[in-house]
Design a protein around this ligand. Sequence first.
Ligand SMILES: [Zn+2]
Length: 127
Amino acid sequence: MTDANRRFCKLAGICWHEIEFDPFGKADFPYCKLCNRENISWHWEYPNGHCKRVADDLPDFSDPIEVLRVMKEKLEPKDFAAFMHFISLKISYTSPHLVIEDFIEQFLDAHPGALRDRAIEWMEGKG
Ligand SMILES: [Zn+2]
């Protein structure tokens, strides 16, 4: 799940903060080595026995509404329209009157992150 969120962030141009603290470095406080932000809260994690500072609240795009919000914000209107068209091709409509119900069933009820995964697929295919 984390890998998919990280991939989505990278493709959408959102920083997946990597916290670094070099006591002899340019920043006085732990900072993100990618975007240089200093005011990010973080915690310790111990992957493979190594201490690592990890940013708190790394974004989670399992909520399809968040995916739509980011895509609308980041994309040109024509690209957003193309993305919406791509999604619509992924929905198997049972009836024209059930578009919303089908969307909910396939992107909200299916599994968390279903729309994020389609967005990744679309952005990778586009690049
Ligand atoms: Zn960052």
